[in-house]
Write a protein that binds this ligand. Structure first.
Ligand SMILES: [Zn+2]
Length: 200
């Protein structure tokens, strides 16, 4: 019997929930429309408050628990109903908010390889980060391990950035994200992995 690989203490996927991740279910998800299988993975970056790390803001945003009075920025974003499947902390800790078989609300208006609405056929992974500070080695290691598990489970064709499927609207994962470093850590040479994967 085929057994899915276990990477870095992660896996397998059981009902769309990854063993080894901290599960924190978000209500901000729904079923993928019929006929959509996962073929794309979208890398994002987020920090709440902006440029600050380590707080509970991202978890609160994805579970509709952000207090609009806590920070001026939160007043603007607390009504949003958003989520991602995964969130990787600065120290590499992995949280999961949405089962991978379901549709998370991470990409918004987007297009990849001629297909609109990337949420329908993608998995979204948020890294705790911003546009001005390098990502941590532990984040690349954990992201690579997570991608290997997901690529063993789904017919993933490419890994790309949010800014590449929503150009002009989104900048993440941003200039500090090192795609070459990810490719080396990933060691899946046949997988399209980078900013231009499938966007032309
Ligand atoms: Zn994003």
């Amino acid at each position: 019997m085929f057994r899915e690989p276990v990477e870095d203490g992660l896996g397998p996927l059981a009902g769309g929930w990854l063993e080894g991740a901290q599960h924190c279910p978000s209500p901000n998800c729904d079923a993928r429309p019929a006929g959509n299988e996962v073929k794309l993975i979208v890398v994002h970056a987020i920090s709440l408050p902006p440029d600050e790390f380590g707080g509970p803001g991202v978890e609160q945003l994805f579970t509709n628990a952000l207090d609009p009075a806590e920070h001026p920025y939160y007043a603007a974003i607390s009504p949003l109903r958003v989520s991602a499947h995964f969130f990787i902390r600065r120290d590499g800790r992995l949280m999961q908010f949405v089962p991978t078989d379901a549709r998370a609300w991470h990409a918004g208006v987007s297009s990849w390889n001629g297909c609109e609405r990337c949420n329908d056929f993608s998995i979204g992974i948020e890294l705790e980060g911003c546009d001005t500070q390098p990502f941590e080695p532990a984040q690349y290691t954990r992201l690579a391990a997570l991608l290997r598990v997901l690529c063993a489970h789904y017919p993933v064709e490419a890994v790309t950035g949010h800014s590449d499927i929503a150009p002009g609207r989104k900048t993440d994962p941003g200039p500090c994200f090192d795609w070459q470093r990810l490719r080396l850590a990933l060691d899946l040479p046949k997988l399209a992995c980078g900013p231009a994967s499938g966007t032309v």
